[in-house]
Design a protein around this ligand. Structure first.
Ligand code: MRU
Length: 385
């Protein structure tokens, strides 16, 4: 991977950008120690960056893949039509399968390729197809920002004044290439003067909570404390947690939620202690083709990530590990899902079907409200769907 450093141009919270020279990403592997930008000039480099978590978070990898295809299409646009299409299709397949769990990745790749495919009947040349790919990738990016903004405002109805909020992994601006979902909502509530504070799960094995969520909260000036993952139950048992909010990588039609490993344990603890457990995700994270979470493919990563901490082995030679990167939280443990189309309350299967039937949200479409303050158990009005 070409590792040019370029801090200029990217906003503080902008983790992915499409430039004339390639896809620029903030290398999340190095945070919080170093803020280094990588300029990736081929789809293969973006595949590597996604696999190695240089860019991570479900919506952000979707945006990165869309940008990668757009740049690849331009790079290949000097070729003959057949060769161009064959090579672009190969890049699309490699990007689509770089990581299996977050549906946003396949969704974004399919959207860009679909846009080209739709135009194929009118026989466009590679250069026109490359322009279409770029247009679609930028549309995905813009829509992503809009979806985040709607999530942030809908989520306010679930966050009472002074709430002590627990979150897991990182679902902030870094993870969405936008404003964030679960963590974005927390930062937004802070800026709205809600007086919130945050328990940040460190999120082993790769410490997205300790490294990235803490970094984003520090920058935003939100009060927080980092805890190890095994402290959550203790804090809940002492009444020190008012709600949990996490992001998602894929949500099935019945409301089962795949998210970072450890999310399920938190949801079980939250239910046991009567703490509301909320999920925040854009519609690009819904996969209503899957009837339940059982069908979600869970990524298994290298054992080394568990056997070592920040690259340093902590286990004896010969130790083996398991490393499922995600788990599935059953819908019955989810108090509500905050989407860009409003807040969904149980029964989630019905709420998700209604949301899907409502079509894509557009600014000012009147869906959801986000203005009202709901009850803790989710009976509030506002953006109810
Ligand atoms: O393996 P990661 O770091 O990509 O996992 C990310 C998560 O699990 C996030 O919670 C999820 O993608 C939502 S990001 C808004």
């Amino acid at each position: 991977m070409q590792a040019g450093t370029e801090g200029g141009g990217l906003g503080r919270t902008e983790s992915v950008r499409l430039t004339e020279e390639g896809v620029v990403i903030l290398d999340q592997r190095l945070l919080p120690g170093e803020e280094k930008y990588l300029r990736l000039t081929s789809a293969a480099e973006v595949v590597d960056a996604i696999r190695s978590l240089a860019v991570r978070g479900a919506p952000a990898i979707g945006v990165a893949a869309a940008f990668a295809l757009a740049h690849e299409a331009r790079r290949l646009s000097g070729l003959g039509r057949d060769e161009f299409l064959t090579r672009l299709q190969a890049a699309a397949s490699a990007l689509r399968s770089a990581r299996p769990t977050a549906v946003n990745l396949a969704w974004a790749v399919d959207r860009v390729m679909g846009r080209i495919g739709l135009a194929a009947g009118s026989d466009p040349g590679p250069r026109e197809m490359a322009d279409l790919a770029r247009e679609e990738a930028l549309a995905i990016y813009r829509e992503n920002l809009e979806m985040d903004m709607r999530i942030l405002s809908h989520a306010l109805e679930l966050i009472p004044d002074g709430a002590r909020i627990m979150t897991h992994c990182n679902a902030g601006p870094l993870a969405t290439a936008g404003y964030g979902t679960a963590l974005g909502a927390i930062i937004h509530a802070h800026r709205q003067g809600r007086g919130v504070s945050v328990w940040v799960d460190e999120t082993r094995p790769l410490l997205q909570g300790a490294r990235l969520t803490a970094w984003e909260l520090e920058k935003a000036g939100v009060p927080y404390r980092v805890i190890t993952d095994n402290m959550a139950g203790y804090l809940m048992s002492r009444g020190e947690v008012d709600l949990v909010v996490v992001g998602a990588d894929r949500i099935a039609a019945n409301g089962d939620v795949a998210n970072k490993i450890g999310t399920y344990s938190l949801a079980v603890l939250a239910r046991h202690h009567g703490v509301p457990f909320y999920v925040a995700a854009p519609r690009s994270t819904l996969d209503l083709t899957l009837p339940s979470g059982e069908h979600i493919v869970i990524e298994e990563r290298d054992e080394e990530e568990v056997l070592a901490v920040l690259g340093r082995r902590v286990t004896p030679a010969g130790a083996r590990a398991r490393n499922p990167a995600f788990d599935v939280t059953p819908a019955r443990l989810v108090s509500a899902i905050v989407t860009d189309g409003g807040v969904l309350y149980p029964p989630l299967d019905r709420a998700l079907a209604r949301l899907a039937g409502a079509g894509p949200a557009s600014p000012g479409d009147g869906m959801g409200g986000g203005a009202g303050r709901g009850e803790r158990n989710g009976t509030g009005g506002g953006g109810r769907v």
